[in-house]
Design a protein around this ligand. Structure first.
Ligand SMILES: [Zn+2]
Ligand SMILES: [Zn+2]
Length: 321
């Protein structure tokens, strides 16, 4: 047998390619787990731990990534929304970057979904082999299909080329829902609550019920009676908001409609204060704030004017609740 046959069907060129692929894959392997300590302590993970991955809005503030929250319970990590920068923050928080247990979207506004291709493809490149579970409103499947088509050449190159990407690891199993229980397994029950958000036909807040904690995420919404009912006695209510004292017409074409827009699409600090007090929420975390030049102190004063007497926090990225 000629020497070139001893290395099997690959041939010399194939053997060199395989060697190069192994070398190229080595740093990927090393990066799969970052040494960053997990933001949640072991006892927090055991009870259920909320990590703010992105507290921002569409404004590209470098200190605030687009909206994204992780809830860690034991060895499971659930992601809610996928704003820009989500995977960098997930790595910074010490979360596993090769796949979340389940991903949920509140609605399909770009600020909540710009990081979805990042979640899908980065987790794959970092080692995910199983299809990613994703739950969202109607339209989520179409969004994912188009993302997969948009990056189809990348998928082909990574799978067929020297990177030797795991075929199929980029897949997503989409569950579209109109609301209700969307996850119920081994002590974790997650409910999508329909909320009113401008022209969107379907938008959700999420209620995460754990044996020892209830965490409620408002998503984007104007003051919602359904969400208020769902937040009753919640341990943590993360609510979007804006400082009412700053709301005025804006100096731009169409800017006179700004106050009416904000009132119909989002929830003021005073409205958050009123509904949180009625719901007897144990902790209010203000996030996804349309600041309009406002301050933490103004927001907190607004929530107090609304009537809430419990503790208030203004979220920063990578905080844990
Ligand atoms: Zn929105
Ligand atoms: Zn938003």
């Amino acid at each position: 047998m000629e020497p070139r046959h001893r290395i099997g069907r690959w041939g010399w060129r194939g053997a060199l390619a395989l060697g190069a692929a192994l070398l190229l894959n080595a740093p990927v392997e090393a990066q799969r787990r970052f040494t960053t300590a997990h933001r949640c302590s072991a006892s927090q993970q055991a009870r259920g731990c909320l990590v703010v991955l992105g507290s921002g809005v569409p404004v590209p503030d470098p200190s605030r990534m687009g909206p994204a929250y992780a809830v860690v319970y034991g060895d499971r990590t659930f992601l809610f929304d996928a704003g820009a920068g989500v995977m960098r923050r997930a790595a910074e928080a010490g979360l596993a970057i090769d796949g979340f247990t389940h991903v949920f979207l509140t609605h399909l506004h770009t600020d909540h979904t710009l990081g979805l291709p990042d979640v899908i493809f980065t987790s794959w490149v970092m080692g995910r082999r199983r299809a990613m579970a994703l739950t969202g409103p109607p339209g989520t499947a179409r969004l994912v299909e188009h993302v997969q088509v948009a990056w189809s050449e990348d998928i082909r190159v990574r799978t067929d080329g020297l990177e030797r990407g795991q075929p199929g690891g980029e897949r997503v199993v989409v569950h579209e829902t109109d609301g209700g229980v969307v996850y119920d397994s081994a002590g974790v029950r997650i409910r999508a609550v329909r909320v009113p958000h401008g022209e969107w036909k379907t938008a959700f807040g999420y209620v995460i019920e754990l044996p020892e904690r209830r965490i409620v995420l408002s998503g984007d919404t104007r003051a919602s009676a359904e969400l208020e009912a769902a937040a009753r006695h919640a341990d943590v209510l993360v609510h979007e908001t804006y400082p009412l004292v700053r709301l005025k017409p804006e100096d731009r074409p169409g800017g006179d409609a700004w106050p009416a827009y904000m009132r119909s699409v989002h929830t003021s600090d005073e409205e958050v204060g009123a509904l949180a007090e009625r719901s007897r929420v144990r902790l209010v975390v203000l996030s996804h704030v349309v600041w309009m030049g406002g301050t933490d102190a103004e927001l907190e004063a607004g929530v107090r004017r609304g009537g809430y007497r419990g503790p208030i926090r203004v979220a920063r990225d990578l905080e844990v609740y």
